[in-house]
Design a protein around this ligand. Structure first.
Ligand SMILES: [Zn+2]
Length: 223
């Protein structure tokens, strides 16, 4: 894939995501609010966490009992060295517990299945930014990628990192190349396509009129 094309795929996806969010359903809004409550509950306990929520919520749809796929960003001192926090990190376990508990209590439901697909230790991202160490480079690429595909909760925790990284043309060049390959694979997963089709149907049923440009983009996207 050429550099321009790679950059485009990521930018088109981001553009679509942002437009779609204007059509948030009531359940999607409620769920986002519950996530913010969870982050607040963690903050009160001294845990600085931010999330990227994946899946249909990026396009404003979610049903009350839908599963959650998320990426978690935190500062973990236990794994400040080179280790990854997944899968067995006591900080991560605690954070997941608080998130699950807050979500259930805020949404008045007994169980929501939450899958933490990845966890990034922000100490590693910060290290890379100050020391440009090679070990943390893959983490930084993953970090950028999740920011592309997810819907953030508590973005202010990580915005300074994004600002610095996106200013770096060498990193971004590499990221667009690598990220677009991963993104096209991700977009081809049946799950993702399914939620997109479901969303279109829903919009038609509601009689909402999509801007012509967005319709066209969607058609291209679904092809
Ligand atoms: Zn850890």
């Amino acid at each position: 894939m050429s550099e321009d094309k790679s950059k485009n795929l990521i930018q088109i996806y981001q553009g679509l995501k942002h437009k779609y969010r204007n059509y948030d359903t009531r359940d999607a809004l409620k769920r986002m609010q519950a996530f913010r409550k969870a982050i607040q509950a963690l903050d009160e306990r001294g845990f600085s966490v931010s999330l990227e929520i994946l899946g249909s919520i990026n396009f404003g749809i979610v049903e009350k009992q839908s599963d959650v796929d998320l990426i978690l960003f935190h500062y973990c001192r236990i794994h400040k060295g080179q280790d990854e926090c997944m899968p067995l990190c006591s900080n991560l376990s605690f954070e997941r517990e608080i998130i699950a508990h807050t979500l259930c209590s805020h949404l008045h439901t007994e169980k929501i299945h939450i899958e933490t697909l990845d966890c990034i230790n922000l100490h590693h991202v910060a290290n890379y930014i100050t020391k440009r160490d090679k070990e943390h480079y893959p983490t930084v690429l993953r970090f950028l990628f999740y920011g592309t595909i997810g819907r953030p909760v508590n973005f202010s925790l990580v915005s300074k990192f994004y600002d610095i990284l996106t200013e770096d043309s060498d990193i971004m060049k590499e990221f667009y190349k690598w990220g677009s390959e991963i993104l096209s694979a991700y977009l081809q997963t049946s799950d993702h396509r399914l939620s997109f089709h479901k969303y279109n149907e829903r919009i038609l049923n509601l009689g909402l009129d999509l801007p012509e440009g967005l319709k066209k983009e969607l058609e291209e996207y679904l092809d």
